[in-house]
Design a protein around this ligand. Structure first.
Ligand SMILES: *[C@@H]1O[C@H](CO)[C@@H](O)[C@H](O)[C@H]1NC(C)=O
Ligand SMILES: *[C@@H]1O[C@H](CO)[C@@H](O)[C@H](O)[C@H]1NC(C)=O
Ligand SMILES: *[C@@H]1O[C@H](CO)[C@@H](O)[C@H](O)[C@H]1NC(C)=O
Ligand SMILES: *[C@@H]1O[C@H](CO)[C@@H](O)[C@H](O)[C@H]1NC(C)=O
Ligand SMILES: *[C@@H]1O[C@H](CO)[C@@H](O)[C@H](O)[C@H]1NC(C)=O
Length: 447
């Protein structure tokens, strides 16, 4: 009952928010200009290739043929592949450069639940193995490798991963390899994903890895709160990523910026940088805005602003571990509102597992310059949990204009060690580690 009511409230808030976005402000700040939206002169429909949207007929050959045609005819300005209203069941498939996958209103591209023929691909070099299981990993449902100029858009059609079969394998510990993401781009640039609904991903939803110039906006990402590791968007060893105007409600972090895992990520050495997350609303048992825990290539220049979170585990979570190495710096979160959240702000140097026993325990992460400002929370159980690493104190942490109200009973508390920083206008009063005089300069210059 309560849950039903909460989802009605969420839905209506969201509708109201998008109304506001569209009609009240013509000049909202946006980063989406980094990838211009391309008009395609050449248009084809999946039905021209035998596609049938009855929810039963396999469309794998239709998608592969259509995309083969785009790849080999190479029409000037690229080609739009139209998917009309209907439910198109298919195996996973690869996209190609200079194409738009267009889902009309009422179009659903649905992943097969026959997992036995799901293709396996090599592990990412920055992870050394599959994230969940050693060895290779299942290819994402919709995959792009080494591409440029790719758009996935339309009229809010749906990409449905039918992930429950995979979640059950995870729960029953019968997974042989790492579960597939819903959409993954590897080594690609000039990617736009907009006006699409993503549902029930087997694993992470949208995973741009080794990519640059990526825009993800006006997307809705939904998976049940108890679905394992269904992260919303994970920019990974990628730069110039713009995530805006989206609603995400999943079973794991809504947005988590990553850059590889322990010794493999350190060797690969590819950071995530210039990541913007703006006007995102949602709910998760884990974190709203996260960095980590796989940060071995480094994460810097992240800006998250105008974030609204409800019924969530953690508001902001910066997480790393010994063995990770990597530099995490210049992370700013501002204008964050949260309601019904267990922990407002969490910074942790002991989070996440290791790929194997060859990680170097002396490879400590270096965490510096985290700015958290203009944050308001109600019904927050614990204000802050901020634990750096002994001998690798996290510094330059600036908290300013933060009010976190509890429920009834004691005021939400702060718990800190191995961190240094400053706090201005923070309520309740933060821990002593955040009131350093010599650190207050960095706080002022960021505000
Ligand atoms: C799809 O891409 C993956 C990764 O690049 C590749 O291993 C696989 O062979 C491709 N599959 C098809 C059917 O082209
Ligand atoms: C699709 O959904 C977005 C919200 O994510 C909304 O702003 C947009 O107007 C919708 N577009 C259509 C064609 O319904
Ligand atoms: C910090 O990151 C922000 C947001 O990406 C960027 O605009 C700014 O230039 C960065 N500052 C420094 C000192 O690199
Ligand atoms: C403090 O933060 C709130 C949002 O939580 C914002 O509305 C207000 O303008 C901020 N105040 C200042 C002085 O920036
Ligand atoms: C921290 O440094 C001290 C002095 O170098 C050393 O004795 C101690 O073992 C170190 N602690 C850890 C957890 O590495």
């Amino acid at each position: 009952m309560f849950r039903a009511l909460a989802s009605v409230l969420l839905c209506c808030f969201f509708l109201e928010a998008s109304y506001w976005v569209h009609f009240s402000y013509g000049d909202l700040t946006t980063c989406s200009g980094i990838v211009p939206m391309t008009e395609r002169g050449d248009k084809i429909s999946i039905t021209d290739f035998g596609g049938v949207g009855d929810g039963q007929t396999p469309n794998t050959i239709a998608f592969r043929k259509a995309i083969y045609r785009i790849q080999h005819l190479r029409r000037r300005g690229g080609t739009l592949l139209f998917v009309p209203s209907g439910v198109y069941l298919t195996d996973s498939f690869n996209l190609t450069s200079h194409m738009t996958l267009y889902l009309a209103r009422g179009a659903v591209i649905k992943a097969t639940q026959d997992t036995s023929n799901w293709p396996l691909i090599a592990p990412l070099p920055s992870y050394g193995r599959g994230r969940e299981r050693p060895g290779g990993r299942y290819m994402s449902f919709i995959h792009g490798d080494g591409l440029e100029d790719v758009v996935i858009t339309g009229e809010n059609g749906t990409i449905d991963g039918q992930g429950d079969i995979w979640w059950n394998m995870w729960r029953q510990r019968t997974l042989q390899f790492t579960r597939p993401s819903l959409v993954e781009f590897v080594n690609s640039r000039g990617i736009v994903i907009s006006n699409v609904i993503f549902r029930n991903s087997p694993f992470w939803n949208i995973h741009p890895v080794y990519c640059s110039d990526v825009v993800i906006r006006y997307v809705t990402i939904l998976a049940p709160p108890d679905s394992p590791n269904t992260d919303g968007i994970d920019p990974d060893s990628s730069s110039n990523v713009c995530i805006e105007d989206s609603f995400i409600s999943t079973g794991d972090d809504l947005v988590a910026v990553k850059s590889g895992w322990d010794e493999y990520g350190i060797a690969y050495g590819h950071p995530s940088s210039y990541i913007t997350v703006r006007r995102v609303t949602g709910s998760t048992p884990f974190a709203g805005v996260a960095v980590g825990s796989e940060t071995s290539g480094g994460v810097e220049n992240v800006l998250a602003e105008n974030i609204n979170l409800y019924n969530s585990g953690v508001g902001v979570h910066i997480k790393t571990n010994i063995g990770r190495g990597g530099v995490i710096k210049n992370i700013t979160v501002s204008e964050l509102f949260m309601e019904n959240v267990r922990t407002g702000i969490k910074v942790a140097g002991d989070t996440g597992d290791h790929p194997d026993n060859n990680f170097n325990p002396n490879a400590l992460p270096y965490v510096k310059d985290l700015t958290l400002k203009n944050i308001w929370g109600v019904n927050v159980q614990r204000a802050g949990w901020m634990h750096g690493i002994e001998n690798a104190t996290f510094t330059g942490i600036c908290l300013s204009n933060i009010t976190l109200q509890g429920t009834t009973g004691p005021r939400p508390s702060w718990n800190c060690n191995a961190i240094r920083g400053a706090a201005i206008e923070v309520s309740p009063q933060p821990c002593a580690e955040l009131t350093s005089i010599e650190q207050s300069g960095s706080c002022a210059s960021h505000s």
